[in-house]
Design a protein around this ligand. Structure first.
Ligand code: ADP
Length: 544
């Protein structure tokens, strides 16, 4: 033991030996900012021994300017808080090295007595970081959160307990945060993306590049930070140096502890091109859908003329009848009134058909309303009735006994049904089979309404079932191959699914679902069009 004591240093010696050996600056300053202890490592940084440094004021180490910059941190440590920050520290060769600096307060019975300082040279780490930072294809902003922390402290001091709730509710908070957060640096890619140079960007608020239209994403970023998430990613718009807006994906990796690291990096990816392409694709799809609608209309012209002709014929017939009742020797006003009422009903029916057709031809945005699925089935049958008959198809209907309502774009759902009905009739028209029936069924499946259109045509080869929904897939000489592709887009946009399979009746079976809306059980059950002859079975089965 005695030998051991002679060989190894005692604990206090060991502590000071360690303090002198580790390649970091360790010192202690009193509350007047005068050095009371400095380890040996100071010789390498300042070229002066610990003995020479002890008794010196901090400004003599740093110079007036750097000392003035430390004052906010010195004020913070005097309140008993540990402070961590990065700043340049002078070297004996006259250069300044970036360092990570930690102030650790020493509190005695009379309060603050002084503080320990740990300084780690991070110049090499910074160099490595800089080469990655500048070399990457992602834009990076290095930002300083000191201003944000000060803002949060002020809010807490003013009585805000729940910062997350405050951040979620306060309208001006995201703007205040972005103005408080300062840009320390940005990499080459960010300079290119935002058309900025380092010198003009550094020191400015991040908010200078964040317009009001993108603030909600930043609100979520701050909420993520305050809730302790490791990172947050979201899309927003930012302003370039030339004042143009760009769509960006921002990714913020948050420090592990809010009171620690204050410099964080925000990654920015320019997604304007991608979004532009997506928008162009949606526009092209809308235009194609419109073209297909107009094309469908062309095919249906004969059917429409017939549908409109029927009520017009009835108007004329009832008009003549009314005239006859009125011009009799003893005019019968009661019968004439009934005939005129029928005229009004028939004229309204013709006008409804025209309104539907005009809506289909108009390239308008989707308009969702609440309606009964059965009603839209009967409307689609009324529009296609003549065409289906001319192709030799008869329709067998099996609709829900309860009216099931959906909240959807009625014209678009009508278009899906028209596509399926006309396809079924066309598929059967090529067969020699006597039986050419289209079975239209609706049923409830949990929270969905399912509509089926089955036929007795040649059916579908199973391996083609998915391909049918691809744009431009057609087996018809004059086909466009757009009907099913558009139908799929429409159904999926409504939160439903569409699929093709083989039906029990031997032909193809197409079924699609739509989410069911809250159902009004008092709504009247839909009335079938005159072209559909009701069958006598209990499930409201009808046939043309
Ligand atoms: P188009 O009718 O212009 O060909 P669609 O997208 O509506 O375009 O249909 C694509 C293809 O799907 C059709 O060409 C046909 O081969 C097949 N198809 C659609 N419906 C049926 C059906 N009921 N029976 C058999 N094949 C069908």
């Amino acid at each position: 033991m005695a030998a051991d004591e002679g060989l190894s240093p005692s604990f206090p010696d060991l502590a000071s030996l360690t303090a002198d050996t580790v390649p970091i600056l360790i010192s202690f300053f009193d509350k007047a900012h005068v050095c009371r202890f400095a380890n040996e490592h100071h010789c390498r940084w300042y070229g002066r021994t610990p003995q020479e440094l002890t008794g010196l004021h901090m400004k003599d180490f740093l110079g007036h300017e750097a000392y003035a910059e430390r004052l906010p941190h010195l004020a913070a440590v005097a309140t008993g808080c540990e402070v961590l920050f990065e700043a340049p520290v002078p070297y004996l060769d006259g250069t300044w090295h970036d360092a990570e600096i930690r102030y650790i307060p020493q509190m005695g019975s009379n309060g603050f007595e002084g503080f320990h300082i740990l300084v780690v040279d991070i110049e090499r780490q910074k160099h490595r970081f800089r080469s990655v930072f500048d070399g990457t294809a992602l834009g990076f902003f290095e930002i300083d959160l000191v201003g944000l922390h000060a803002l949060l402290s002020r809010l807490q001091a003013s009585g805000v307990d729940d910062l997350v709730a405050y951040a979620a509710a306060d309208s001006v908070f995201p703007r205040q945060v972005l103005d408080a957060v300062k840009v320390v640096d940005l990499n080459k890619k960010a300079m290119e993306m935002f058309q900025l140079d380092r010198a003009s960007a550094a020191g400015r608020s991040l908010g200078d590049w964040c317009p009001d239209e993108g603030l909600e994403t930043w609100r979520k970023v701050v909420i993520g930070y305050l809730s302790g998430l490791p990172s947050y990613e979201g899309e927003t718009v930012m302003l370039r140096g030339d004042g143009r807006l760009i769509d960006v994906l921002v990714n913020c990796a948050f420090p592990k502890r809010m009171d620690g690291q204050v410099i964080v990096v925000v990654g920015v990816v320019d997604i304007s091109k991608r979004l532009e392409n997506e928008r162009a694709l949606v526009k092209a799809q809308q235009e194609l859908a419109h073209a297909a609608r107009v094309a469908t209309l062309g095919e249906l012209t004969a059917s429409i003329a017939h549908e409109v002709n029927q009520p017009l014929g009835a108007v004329v017939a009832n008009g003549h009848a009314a005239l006859r009742w009125l011009t009799r020797a003893a005019p019968n006003t009661e019968e004439a009134t009934l005939a005129i009422k029928r005229m009004i009903d028939e004229a309204t029916r013709a006008s409804d058909i025209i309104t539907h057709i005009r809506k289909m031809a108009r390239n308008s945005d989707s308009e969702r309303t609440l309606f009964s699925v059965d009603k839209v089935v009967t409307e689609a049958l009324a529009i296609t009735g003549r065409q289906l008959r001319s192709l030799g198809a008869n329709v067998v209907l099996s609709l829900l006994s309860d009216p099931a309502e959906v909240c959807a774009d009625r014209i678009q759902i009508q278009q899906v049904l028209i596509n399926l009905l006309v396809n079924a009739a066309q598929a059967m028209s090529d067969t020699s089979s006597e039986e050419r029936s289209i079975f239209v069924r609706s049923r409830l499946l949990d929270n969905h309404v399912q509509i089926e259109v089955a036929d007795t045509g040649p059916g579908l080869p199973q391996e083609k079932a998915e391909q049918l929904f691809n744009a431009f897939y057609t087996t018809k000489a004059a086909g466009m191959g757009m009907g099913l592709s558009i139908s799929k887009t429409i159904v999926e946009a409504h939160g439903g699914k569409i699929l093709a399979t083989s039906g029990e009746e031997g032909g193809a079976l197409f079924k699609f679902t739509l989410p069911r809306a809250v159902c009004d059980i008092n709504a009247p059950i839909s009335v079938l069009p005159p072209s559909v002859i009701k069958a006598q079975d209990p499930g409201r089965r009808s046939a043309t």
